[in-house]
Each structure stands twice: as C-alpha cells, then as structure tokens.
Design a binder for this molecule. Structure first.
Ligand code: UT7
Length: 323
C-alpha cells in the first residue's frame, strides 16, 4: 500500500467586477485587438475596493469544502500560494484559517509567484506522504490589480484577480501510476533571471510597489521551461504525453499555452484554457482552471492531468496527478 494525496474537492471564486479589454482603450494607447491577438485575453475580474486576497481565498476554500462534502474541522493544514498578501504578515493562510473557524492544525503561505500553486501542491503532497497532515486545503489567491502600474500598457492589461482551492486527502493507492492522486512533481527556480519579472516595492522601499516585466524575455524562457518540466514530471511518473487527458497550464498568454502544447506534442483539444476570461491571475490561475474544468464536465475522475507554471524568480514547475 502506498499513500497518495488525492483530490477530494475543488472550488473557486472570482470578484464580481468584470473588466473588458475595451475599458483600457479609454485610458491607454491600446486596443482590444492588440490585447486579444498578443495574449488571448478578452476580460478579467478586479476585486472591489476593500476586497482582499484573504476574502477571495476564503470564498474559494468554502466552495472547495462544499464540493468535498467536508467542514473546516476536517482540515489539518491550509497552504496559500500568493504574492499579493493582505499584509506583510501574518500569512493569508492564517487569516483564512481564522475566517473558516479552524482552531487546530497549521497554516502558512508559499510565495513562488505564478508558479506558486505548483509549489504549494508539491508541499502539500510531501506533508501528506510524510504523515504530517491527512487533509490539506491548498489555495491560490491573488489581487494583482493592487500591484499594477496603470500607465504601463505592456503589463496592466494582462493581469486579473481571483482564487481557486483544492482539498487533498491521504488515501491508499497501489503504488502504480493508475492510482488517483499526485503521481509526480517537478520544481525549479533560477534567481539569475529575477530582473525579468519583479515588483519594485517591499520592505526595502516602504511601498508595496508595482509589477515590472520584460515580457518578451519571459515568453522566451516560458515555452522551453514549461515543456521541459512537464516532460520531467511525466517521466518521473512513468508516463508520457500520450497518456495525458488534460494539460492545465498557467494562464498567462494563449500563445505560450499553444506553443507549449505543441512542444509537448499535444493538440489544443487536450488543454484547459481560461485565460480569455480571467487574464493572468498568477498563483490562482491553475486552481481556477481546474475548478472550471471540473464544473463544466471536462475534467472527470480518473483523468490524467499535468499542470505547469512559470513566473517571477524565475520559478517554474509541474504536477502530474490523476483526478
Ligand atoms: O505569469 C508570469 C509569466 N508571464 C508571462 O508569461 C508573460 C510573457 N510575455 C507575454 O505574454 C508577451 O511577451 C506580452 C503579451 C507581454 C507581449 O507580447 P509581445 O508579442 O512579446 O509584444 P512586445 O512586448 O514585443 O511588444 C510589441 C509591441 C511593442 O511596440 P514596438 O516596440 O514594436 O513599437 C510594444 O510597445 O507592442 C507594444 N505594446 C502594446 N501595444 C498596444 C505593448 N503593450 C501594448 C498594449 N497595447 N497593451
């Protein structure tokens, strides 16, 4: 018998306000046509004034708990992937723990920017496999609208706000790749590329800062690194691209998603795409795509998924799991 971290439930939350590309045409030298053709994005959600990352994450967590048929008392650990915490500390995870009424277990944040959810899932998996927790609530929640330079057309049209959550539970498997649950993970980072994508604020400046990105350079790294990490994780699981039911990529740019799928040798019919509706929601993008893919009936129990992401750091990685 092998222990596996199996998905028991999944949910998401998007703020009410939907902002179409056309809204940016009023304040910037940009167009719906440019944004759609260069990124695939048509609209995104922005949090309301006073609506914080912890609010979005709590709502996504409640949706995942409802989907799993569990209560907060059933959860041993909360891990939140975010780069837009409400405060420098305490963690968003402890804020959500309190909001859920949990008085036991432990909670902490993971910060690996757009790859954050992959890093959080890998952490949760390791905790389950080592017996530190039986049920882990893993949340990706972001309010990137709070770190935009609204005068920089090359970045502010690309990002959005949202949250998604998964509940992983320790279950017995046979130790084969036919088991449900996380089958392999692959994590990478290379700090030499930190200047390609960063926020120019923090403790060193006394401001929260705004996002700066050399988009073309990030794009160049993304396709190669995403295809490579997906290949590595599949190989670790003893699987290949032809075994994959769904690729669930980080939703940053439709052109990156297409080029990566092509490099993996998979048609777009096998890729979950939500970037048109959400923009880039950083660590929230993969759990949002998982939740939407499950809700609309595409992702079914037993499907083999490979999720992959890259972002600031650079940090990138992938997870292979059977749903
Ligand atoms: O989630 C973390 C990972 N991040 C990413 O994966 C993002 C990766 N990068 C990208 O998605 C793309 O590089 C972008 C969407 C950011 C940009 O697409 P691009 O095809 O690389 O365009 P570019 O940066 O080379 O810009 C092309 C032109 C430039 O004008 P010139 O210099 O050719 O005259 C830009 O100034 O497009 C201009 N431009 C715009 N034009 C209209 C840049 N932003 C805009 C805009 N509207 N919003």
């Amino acid at each position: 018998m092998t222990i596996r971290a199996v998905v028991k439930g999944c949910g998401h939350y998007l703020p009410q306000r939907i902002v179409p590309n056309s809204e940016f045409e009023q304040t910037l030298d940009t167009s719906d046509e440019w944004i759609q053709s260069r990124s695939g994005i048509q609209r995104r959600h922005f949090a309301a004034e006073g609506e914080m990352t912890s609010d979005l994450g709590t709502k996504a967590a409640l949706a995942a708990l409802a989907d799993a048929g569990l209560t907060p008392d059933d959860i041993d650990a909360v891990i939140v992937a975010t780069s837009t915490p409400d405060l420098t500390f305490p963690s968003v995870a402890t804020m959500i723990q309190e909001r859920l009424g949990m008085t036991r277990g432990f909670a902490f944040d993971v910060q690996a920017v757009c790859a954050g959810f992959i890093f959080a899932l890998s952490n949760a998996n390791a905790m389950i496999l080592t017996g530190q927790a039986n049920r882990v609530l893993v949340i990706g929640a972001e309010t990137f609208s709070r770190i935009m330079d609204w005068t920089d057309r090359s970045t502010c049209v690309l990002f959005g706000d949202g949250a998604g959550a998964l509940i992983l539970e320790a279950c017995h498997g046979n130790g084969t790749n036919a088991d449900r649950g996380i089958l392999a993970t692959d994590l990478n980072s290379d700090g030499r590329y930190r200047d390609l994508l960063y926020v120019d604020g923090g403790i060193s400046t006394g401001t929260s800062g705004v996002l700066r990105m050399q988009g073309k350079e990030v794009f160049r790294h993304a396709v190669d690194k995403l295809a490579a990490t997906a290949h590595t994780a599949l190989e670790k699981a003893g699987l290949g691209a032809s075994d994959v039911t769904w690729v669930v990529p980080h939703q940053a740019n439709l052109r990156i998603i297409k080029a990566t799928a092509q490099k993996m040798g998979l048609p777009m019919e096998r890729v979950i795409v939500t970037v048109q509706d959400h923009g880039n929601t950083s660590a929230a993008s993969i759990p949002l795509a998982l939740s939407i893919g499950q809700a609309d009936g595409r992702i079914k129990q037993g499907d083999l998924l490979v999720a992959e992401a890259i972002g600031g750091g650079l940090a990138w990685g992938s997870v292979v799991l059977r749903w």
